[in-house]
Design a protein around this ligand. Structure first.
Ligand code: ADP
Ligand code: ADP
Length: 238
């Protein structure tokens, strides 16, 4: 089954039709760019996938599980398998890069503080290997807030790697970065998706990055899917 899929999803907020019969999937190992102007429905796609909102019609699958039907504990378990990457990094600034990555493995921000000291050596090794993979092993013990934006976003990528997520949702992950760092971060994300067979859905407003780094581009406009094509076929006029 795909890493994630929307099938004929419709979502309304009162009178606004935010998603209108939208279907697309992201396969393991693939980075799909989600593009479209402000108000097109990109955030609503993410909210449906994490089940922050319920679709009015259609279904939403994460790794073959219908999240639109889940509640309570089963829903929390599926959510824990989803790696999240945000525009503003969402690291805990006064903690080290390593502790931020370990927190991702534990999955519980409320208890990880105590638990980091109790982590089996294996978790620490996995976290260090993840930092090494994103080129930040030498920053493992530095406070997250002392790192550059590009480095912080690579810590966030290491966090989803250590979490061993098979599905990653990245919401404008490079919008706060200078073009050089942005290209580096999106390139790392794409390579890791391939290596670890992770399905990545990545909202991007930079169409040039989408064309250069994504495997496919899904475009929304006014809540409708207007394009789903290999990135190399993407044409600005779409
Ligand atoms: P209420 O039920 O209190 O009127 P809404 O359902 O209108 O609240 O809004 C809930 C949340 O969604 C709020 O955080 C609001 O800022 C946000 N929101 C409301 N309208 C829009 C919109 N058109 N686009 C994006 N976010 C919105
Ligand atoms: P994007 O992320 O592409 O900017 P959104 O998914 O945030 O688009 O919004 C899609 C549409 O739904 C827009 O018309 C927006 O104003 C509306 N919308 C989003 N959230 C809310 C909300 N909570 N309440 C009412 N309308 C909303």
């Amino acid at each position: 089954h795909p890493a994630l899929a929307l099938t004929t999803v419709t979502k309304r907020y009162r009178e606004t039709l935010a998603l209108d019969d939208v279907s697309f999937a992201v396969r393991p190992g693939e980075l799909v760019a989600l593009v479209g102007p402000s108000g097109a429905g990109k955030s609503t796609v993410f909210r449906c996938l994490t089940r922050l909102v319920a679709a009015d019609a259609g279904h939403v699958d994460i790794l073959g599980t219908r999240v639109d039907r889940l509640r309570g504990r089963a829903l929390r378990e599926v959510r824990r398998t989803i790696g999240l990457i945000f525009q503003q990094f969402n690291l805990i600034g006064r903690l080290s890069a390593l502790d931020n990555v370990l927190a991702g493995r534990l999955g519980h921000v409320s208890t990880w503080r105590v638990a980091t000291r109790l982590f089996p050596a294996e978790d620490r090794q996995i976290a260090l290997a993840a930092l090494d993979r994103v080129g930040l092993l030498d920053k493992a013990y530095q406070r997250a807030d002392s790192l550059s934006g590009g480095q912080q976003q690579r810590v966030a990528i290491a966090r989803v790697l250590a979490q061993q997520s098979r599905v990653v949702l990245a919401d404008e992950p490079v919008s706060s970065l200078d073009p050089g760092s942005a290209a580096n971060v999106i390139g790392v994300l794409r390579d890791i998706a391939r290596e670890h067979r992770i399905g990545v859905l990545c909202a991007l407003h930079q169409v040039d990055f989408a064309r250069d780094y994504a495997d496919r581009i899904v475009a929304l406009r006014g809540g409708r899917l207007v394009l789903d094509a290999p990135a190399k076929e993407f044409d600005d006029a779409a």
